[in-house]
Design a protein. Structure first.
Lengths: 152, 152
DNA sequence: TTAAAAGTGGACCGCTGGGGTCCATGTTTA
DNA sequence: TAAACATGGACCCCAGCGGTCCACTTTTAA
């Protein structure tokens, strides 16, 4: 049960964006994080569609976060890159299990899945940022509240 | 992030064994759970090696649990069928990550992985058994303590 | 004593999906 | 108007999972 490489790349890229006070373009992220450029492009699209980052096209285009890092949960990134969780195929659509209704195992699996989801929800991007060891050298707050337009 | 079919089959088979007061042979389990016989054979081997079930060979051979269902945790089955968890390849061997030592994300991933493991550890086979609706018709205790020789 | 019926071990195999590439196209600015 | 960016989608490769097969061992029933 490994996490997809897409998720790993997505997280790294988002951390990258969160650590930069300016928007970054694809090439910059790809190079810094050593991610295949074309593949990263595909991933960034899903992050854009998912509303985690906003993109500007054109010559000076690039990406930036749409929320402060503290409000982006690992679960969101997870659900964008991989689908909704579904530990087992029988969970969710409510019918693919041959044992059907009276299956005594299904509720337990659901419980496990919820716990796993909780594990991912409990982590926020902010916790993954590199610790700033400088005592506030000037680039002080970065991404804390300047983008709090989205308080959903 | 789905769980392997092997794990699903393993769980179903163990539930099957736990629900039966007598040992069951491969064919019986395979038929009842509708699992491909040869594939199940492979899975049962790993369960035997892992010490969850004991097998007797020969003509009247079969399988039985080695511990009461209440003492078999989902995590054990998980670790037998799939390897040790490892959400990301960089976790565990301590070096495959290009960001090496100062990686600020690794500890967070480790934390997530521990939570996931906990989710699997928190479930015991017993919780997956079908609820006995009979008020103690005779086959009362089944697998509760008759096998408590192994109290590790 | 021997054949049937059970488990064991391991080689093998097909196919799916994740990881990755490529190209054509839209958009912005120097 | 061309360079530099993002977007969309078709396409490809291959490791690994799910599954099969066969040769072998062990036990018991006849």
């Amino acid at each position: 049960m490994q996490v997809s490489r897409s998720l790993e790349y997505a997280v790294r890229s988002l951390v990258c964006l969160a650590s930069s006070r300016r928007p970054m373009d694809l090439g910059a992220i790809a190079e810094k994080e050593r991610i295949p450029r074309a593949y990263l492009a595909k991933i960034m699209r899903t992050l854009v569609r998912g509303g985690l980052v906003s993109s500007t096209q054109g010559r000076t285009g690039g990406y930036r976060l749409r929320k402060p890092a503290g409000r982006i949960r690992l679960l969101e990134i997870y659900m964008l890159t991989e689908g909704p969780s579904k530990l087992l195929p029988c969970i969710g659509d409510g019918g693919s299990c041959s044992a059907s209704a009276s299956c005594s195992q299904k509720p337990v699996w659901i419980k496990v899945e919820q716990a796993v989801n909780e594990a991912f929800r409990n982590v926020t991007l902010k916790e993954m940022l590199p610790k700033k060891t400088n005592g506030g050298k000037g680039a002080g707050k970065r991404f804390e509240d300047p983008l709090s337009q989205e308080r959903g």
